[in-house]
Design a protein around this ligand. Structure first.
Ligand SMILES: Nc1ncnc2c1ncn2[C@@H]1O[C@H](COP(=O)(O)OP(=O)(O)OP(=O)(O)O)[C@@H](O)[C@H]1O
Ligand SMILES: [Mg+2]
Length: 420
């Protein structure tokens, strides 16, 4: 991380200024103990929050206090918060000391210390225990486990402590919505909703690009900033006229992969992919539904089908759902294919897949009948209260397409190698 680069400020919008100065003398919200900035992506929440948080904490606690900087992962926290924060401090000409790794990872500014925390899983909150803090900045807080948010609130016990939370909307039954935003008045929380127009630095072209990236529930949440239920088709942006191509040649040049969702009683689905020029072409597929065929396949029979699907292509990796332990073992034993266990974070993967579809970066060969069929049937489970879950039917090709996106396309997009 370069420490000497300074942030180049452009004019802040009125909404960003509200977020930066709500605590200051003369503000009607100065007595609130928390601010929540939610809303659209790229709307300038994080950068305004960083500016406000440091100005407030440095002005209010010159004697030195402890603060929490939290993100879903340390990587996300560094990317979204620490890096701009260091540039902002540079631009203000404020010296700082940054310890970037270890349990004591922290940023020291003046006499204040800001510790870095990840809010990754149920155990993440353990590191907060015993801490006494004068404030917290929580970036993307709707992705945190509830117990971390509760613990973080409990830790901010110094007189005058304030919490600064930002996020994109999720389900209307989410804790952040029901317990904080909906009870903002009674709990002394200042709520600010951001839209892309609140970021004056976004060009109309960029804004249009982000608007095109999302469909359905994701459009409502990430563009319109609504806490809305996931209902209806999951990939509502899938359009056969756009995404299905009549004939995909076997002679495409690119890197070849196979993605698999394993099932014996449930269907088994596999796709042969060529990744080229930032797009993934599903050239052919293999789909076996034992119920429909009234017989089950053995792992050896599935392996033979996998060999046939691969044909003469050099396959860089076969991406398999991590639960298919015995089949993964079999593929490894045979020695022809390298195996990758698929990344299986469902919602994150669905969001990524939906975006890639919207960007026209997933192309389905017209012979892939079962994938095309499932795109038209894959729906949200509307009975799953409080969490977004796909209905677990017609989800087999959908799962392996998601595995390909999360495990192969995302790391390649970031210019990195495939991860183990
Ligand atoms: N006043 C400003 N000066 C310079 N750059 C700005 C300003 N306001 C916003 N930006 C830039 O606009 C981009 C989006 O802002 P930011 O990351 O704060 O949005 P966000 O609402 O947190 O988005 P997301 O929901 O995607 O995390 C960033 O690159 C940020 O640096
Ligand atoms: Mg942000």
């Amino acid at each position: 991380m370069r420490k000497n680069k300074a942030f180049s400020f452009l004019p802040f919008s009125p909404q960003q200024k509200r977020l930066m100065y709500w605590w200051a003398a003369g503000s009607p919200h100065r007595d609130c103990s928390m601010v929540i900035a939610d809303g659209a992506v790229r709307s300038g929440k994080t950068v305004a929050m960083i500016c406000g948080f440091f100005q407030w904490s440095l002005a209010s606690f010159p004697e030195g206090e402890t603060f929490i900087l939290a993100g879903k992962t340390i990587g996300a926290l560094k990317r979204n918060v620490i890096r701009p924060a260091l540039q902002i401090l540079n631009a203000w000409g404020l010296p700082f000391h940054y310890v970037s790794s270890g349990d004591e990872a922290r940023l020291e500014v003046g006499s204040n210390v800001y510790y870095l925390y990840d809010a990754h899983n149920e155990r993440s909150q353990d590191r907060l225990q015993g801490l006494t803090a004068a404030g917290a900045l929580a970036d993307e807080v709707a992705l945190f486990p509830q117990n971390f948010i509760e613990q973080m609130i409990a830790r901010c016990s110094v007189d005058g402590a304030k919490l600064w939370l930002n996020c994109n909307p999720e389900s209307p039954a989410h804790y952040v919505k029901t317990e904080l935003i909906d009870k903002a008045a009674e709990k002394g929380i200042y709520h600010l909703r951001f839209l892309m127009k609140d970021n004056l630095t976004l060009s109309p072209e960029k804004r249009a690009m982000y608007e095109r990236m999302y469909e359905g529930v994701f459009y409502r949440r990430f563009i319109l900033g609504e806490w809305c239920l996931a209902e209806g088709l999951i990939y509502s942006g899938f359009d056969a006229a756009l995404h299905v191509k009549a004939e995909l040649p076997e002679k495409l040049s690119g890197r070849w992969f196979i993605s698999i969702d394993y099932g014996t009683v449930n269907p088994f689905s596999a796709g042969l992919w060529c990744v080229s020029g930032g797009k993934a072409y599903r050239v052919r597929e293999y789909y076996f539904d034992s119920r429909e065929k009234h017989r089950q396949h053995t792992d050896d029979e599935y392996y033979a089908a996998l060999e046939e699907l691969a044909g003469a292509h050099v396959i860089e990796a076969v991406v398999v759902d991590p639960s298919a332990a015995s089949f993964i073992e079999l593929i490894r034993r045979k020695g022809r294919f390298a195996v990758r266990k698929a990344r299986n974070e469902v919602l994150d993967g669905i969001r990524l897949t939906a975006r890639l579809l919207n960007e026209g970066r997933i192309v389905i060969g017209s012979g892939c009948k079962d994938a095309i069929r499932e795109f038209g049937l894959y729906v949200w489970d509307e009975k799953a209260v409080g969490e977004d879950k796909p209905l677990k039917t017609n989800d087999h090709a959908m799962d392996e397409i998601r595995y390909l996106c999360s495990t192969v396309l995302r790391p390649l997009d970031r210019g990195g190698a495939l991860e183990d």
